[in-house]
Design a binder for this molecule. Structure first.
Ligand code: HEC
Ligand code: HEC
Ligand code: HEC
Ligand code: HEC
Ligand code: HEC
Ligand code: HEC
Ligand code: HEC
Length: 373
């Protein structure tokens, strides 16, 4: 064999080996984990096991994300309020704690339908919607709790007209693959691909909703096999992929928004990845503008506007006089050197949602102009 051929053979052998190794790697664990992804039979171990070894990330369990759903006996809002009522035409609604249960009932004065609530969706600082079973289907209540009103009002997307019957007054059946989607975004471990397994549900977006099931990681770490942690670390994703495909799986990416029938509704203000994607200058693969640049998913949302200034100034000059560098070269603001987000990421109150959302479409927002869609 000539030297050249030999070299090629050696290279091929190395390439082949790498290919084999890569395959082995992706077969034994996910190359990229998505919420609702196929778990390949690997079991979930629960938050407690994770924080025993990772106490630093335990703060995640107190975030709204970790509390995005409660099972009915634990619904804190209903416990605190005891009883909530609402009236629409001849129909009276009641949501009340009765012992261990939470009962949702609607009456027209003659007939009443009363159902035990199964799940409370939404941590409640914006609002909470209730899920119950009726006619063998999961239903969403026609009325929801809104923190700003401190009472019940129409659930977002439901008709506000007077219902045509008691059945109609009750709520909306969640059909098709919608239950998988709801539980996929608000819980951990209940969805495997397209299957919904409510008996395996762990409430809220816990560790394994983002990192994937931990069974193999647990074993590997106990056996001190640190070179193959067998758990997904989203920190390894590129900025664009992290924002759009990872956080965007639940917070709604640009692509997902384009598939929605009401895509151009102003309600898409709640889809931060979509809004950011549309933002001139900020739709890049630069980690300084990924969701992680401004939000640590293991910690509570920062409410202090000044916290975000340094994030903007990682790219933007503070004043026009400053010299541009290779890294910091975006235009300076002619108006202010601080509290950037208050003017360029204004808060928008959505009709019917009784709450303000932060517009992630960074731009020069004109006071009297409605936000772009
Ligand atoms: C027995 C202790 C132990 C338990 C239980 C445990 N971990 Fe770990 N984990 C470790 C150690 C040690 C490392 C560091 C490994 C290394 O050096 O790369 C680690 C690393 C990680 C990483 C980073 C992996 C990487 O590729 O950089 C993530 C993410 C993680 N753990 C998440 C979790 C989650 C989620 C759970 C619960 C399902 C969990 N861990 C349970 C010990 C544990
Ligand atoms: C499995 C679905 C899921 C994934 C993945 C996810 N989120 Fe969330 N997130 C939610 C839900 C649901 C809520 C709403 C909680 C509530 O208010 O009930 C939320 C709320 C939040 C909040 C608001 C907290 C507050 O105080 O109002 C922030 C910030 C956030 N997520 C950031 C992120 C970031 C950053 C990522 C990606 C690293 C991410 N999320 C990935 C489901 C998810
Ligand atoms: C694609 C993922 C996804 C699906 C599907 C989903 N949610 Fe959510 N939900 C979220 C996120 C993300 C938030 C937080 C929105 C924010 O603060 O930006 C949220 C917030 C909420 C809230 C708090 C109030 C609010 O509007 O912020 C309620 C209540 C809620 N969801 C109920 C439901 C119900 C009921 C279903 C199913 C019928 C459902 N969600 C389906 C991701 C999802
Ligand atoms: C909403 C999604 C989400 C949830 C829920 C979540 N994480 Fe993470 N986690 C991430 C992301 C994103 C990163 C990458 C962070 C980075 O690189 O800055 C990460 C990184 C980590 C790491 C690696 C830290 C390092 O220094 O490299 C550990 C360990 C970890 N998470 C443990 C946990 C534990 C334990 C929980 C539950 C208490 C949890 N995570 C819940 C998204 C999440
Ligand atoms: C340049 C900084 C920045 C980046 C990047 C960023 N955010 Fe935010 N985000 C903010 C600010 C500022 C707030 C408002 C905080 C406050 O005052 O309550 C916020 C609030 C939120 C909230 C709470 C709900 C609301 O509307 O107020 C969610 C959820 C959220 N961001 C998700 C995301 C996701 C997902 C990404 C990635 C696509 C992302 N953010 C990227 C700055 C940022
Ligand atoms: C990754 C770097 C980066 C970060 C982080 C960043 N920007 Fe920008 N921004 C740019 C670039 C690049 C442009 C477009 C080119 C230019 O004008 O220099 C831009 C444009 C803008 C514009 C003009 C938009 C228009 O439509 O004319 C505003 C306003 C702005 N950014 C504000 C902010 C604010 C406020 C923050 C923090 C919340 C921020 N930016 C964070 C890079 C960044
Ligand atoms: C009080 C509201 C306010 C605050 C706070 C503010 N800006 Fe601005 N910014 C504006 C307005 C208004 C304009 C448009 C000025 C014009 O066109 O003459 C602007 C313009 C800009 C532009 C476009 C400049 C250009 O030449 O195209 C950028 C970039 C920008 N701001 C970034 C920032 C950053 C970064 C911060 C924080 C350090 C910030 N802004 C704080 C109101 C504000």
């Amino acid at each position: 064999m000539t030297l050249a051929l030999k070299t090629i053979c050696v290279i091929c052998a190395i390439c082949g080996l790498i290919v084999v190794l890569c395959h082995a790697q992706s077969d034994t664990f996910f190359s990229e984990w998505r919420p609702n992804a196929d778990t390949r039979g690997i079991r979930f171990v629960g938050n407690k096991a994770c924080v025993d070894c990772h106490p630093r990330e335990a703060t995640q369990l107190t975030t709204p994300m970790a509390q995005a759903l409660e099972v009915a006996p634990d619904c804190r809002i209903v416990t605190a309020r005891g009883r909530l009522t609402f009236r629409n035409g001849p129909y009276t609604y009641e949501l009340a704690r009765k012992g261990e249960s939470v009962i949702y009932s609607v009456t027209d004065g003659v007939k009443t339908i009363a159902k035990p609530v199964l799940y409370c969706f939404g941590q409640g600082h914006v609002g909470q919607t209730y899920i119950f079973r009726h006619n063998d289907m999961l239903y969403e209540t026609r009325v929801s709790y809104f923190q700003k009103l401190r009472e019940l009002d129409f659930t977002i997307g439901h008709r506000t007209s007077v219902p045509t019957s008691l059945e109609d007054a009750l709520g909306r059946a969640i059909g098709g693959d919608e239950p998988q989607q709801c539980f996929g975004c608000h819980t951990t471990g209940a969805v495997n691909g397209l299957e919904l397994k409510l008996d395996r549900l762990s409430p809220g977006v816990g560790c394994e909703a983002c990192h994937g099931p931990g069974e193999k990681h647990l074993v590997a770490m106990k056996e001190k096999r640190f070179d193959e942690p067998q758990i997904f670390n989203p920190g390894g994703l590129g900025a664009h992929e992290l924002s759009q495909s990872f956080c965007g799986t639940c917070h709604t990416s640009f692509e997902q928004t384009m598939l929605l029938p009401g895509q151009s509704s102003i309600n898409n203000i709640r889809f931060q990845p979509y809004r950011m994607f549309n933002s001139r200058g900020h739709n890049t693969n630069d980690p300084r503008i990924s969701c992680l640049a401004c939000h640590n998913p293991h910690e509570k949302l920062q409410k202090d506007t000044s916290y975000y200034d340094s994030k903007c100034l990682a790219c933007h000059l503070t004043t026009a006089k400053e010299t541009k560098t290779e890294r910091r070269n975006a235009a300076a603001c002619p108006v202010s050197t601080k509290k950037c987000a208050t003017c360029h990421m204004p808060k928008v109150e959505l009709r019917g949602m009784h709450a303000e959302f932060t517009d992630h479409w960074i731009r020069i927002a004109k006071p009297n102009e409605p936000p772009p869609r």
